[in-house]
Design a protein around this ligand. Structure first.
Ligand code: PAF
Length: 282
């Protein structure tokens, strides 16, 4: 497994590939890898000749400096996991390599980012849009892999690719959960055992809401029951719990036929912010 610390090293690695037919899959990450990331890598290995993983904790997508400072960093362990699973190369740039200068451009994703994560984390998707553009330009992958847990990020990146004509296919991989239902997240490393228990309210309330919605219960009633469940869970503070059109991210108040629907939530468990979502259609 090659370790590529610079854009030049990536360029040389790409030039060393056998021929122009070789397909490259990119798995962009911020490290602190877990089974969810490894699933992205497995998918990438299934349908690309060469798999490159990037590890870069991108400062421009953190609206909260404390969250950035506390973001788990486990580089040695990450590299071991990637080596064992058979990744071809890992791009591990430092901040200077990615941001020789602070970007002047700003990306505004319009209505796609006025809700959910975008409204609670101002500037977050600007940072995601800029760093993903840079990674796509540096690695020039044929396919890039993202987890469904970050549903709004997926919508934003698909739109980025369309609007800027990036020649890449975006592949979305389902969320990996613990047996308890807790969605895997690098931030889970910061939860105490009790907080891990309390964090189960996210998935339980998503599953409850989906079942009730499909039974015909009104979204208004479901939402107030869910808000109650969150209030009764110690150390947990709900930020949002919304029914959305999974592609346009429009917030809805009832079931709609013929479109892909998801329920999305974000909550603090102690000082750790977690997100999760569930598809209503399957
Ligand atoms: O999903 C993530 O880990 C990050 O948002 C990404 C896509 C690697 C960009 O920094």
């Amino acid at each position: 497994m090659k370790i590529l610390p610079t854009k030049d090293a990536v360029k040389k690695f790409l030039l060393s590939l056998p021929n122009s037919q070789t397909t490259v899959g990119l798995v962009p990450t911020m490290g602190a890898l877990h089974e969810g990331h490894l699933d992205l890598v497995r998918k990438a290995k299934e349908n690309s000749d060469i798999v490159i993983v990037s590890i870069f904790v991108n400062p421009t997508q953190f609206n909260n400096p404390d969250d950035f400072a506390k973001y788990p960093k486990t580089l040695d362990k990450d590299l071991d996991l990637l080596k064992n699973i058979g990744v071809d190369a890992v791009f591990v740039p430092d901040n200077q390599e990615v941001y020789p200068e602070s970007p002047l451009i700003k990306i505004d994703f319009g209505d796609l980012e006025r809700v959910l994560e975008g409204s609670f984390r101002p500037g977050h998707f600007n940072g995601v849009g800029i760093v993903v553009s840079k990674l796509l330009n540096i690695v020039k992958p044929h396919k890039a892999y993202f987890g469904q847990k970050d549903l709004q990020q997926v919508a934003v990146i698909k739109r980025l690719v369309k609007d800027l004509s990036f020649d890449v296919e975006i592949i979305v991989v389902p969320t990996v959960r613990e047996a308890s239902g807790l969605a895997l997240s690098s931030r889970n490393l910061r939860l105490s055992p009790v907080q891990r228990e309390n964090a189960l309210v996210l998935y339980k309330s998503l599953s409850f809401a989906k079942t009730e919605l499909l039974k015909g219960e009104s979204w208004f009633t479901i939402k107030s029951e869910v808000e109650n469940q969150f209030q009764q869970t110690p150390e947990v503070e709900l930020e949002y719990f919304e029914l959305v059109d999974s592609d346009k991210m429009t917030v809805l108040e009832s079931l709609q036929e013929g479109i892909s629907l998801s329920i999305c939530t974000a909550a603090y468990v102690g000082d750790v912010r977690l997100i999760d979502n569930i598809s209503v259609n399957h």
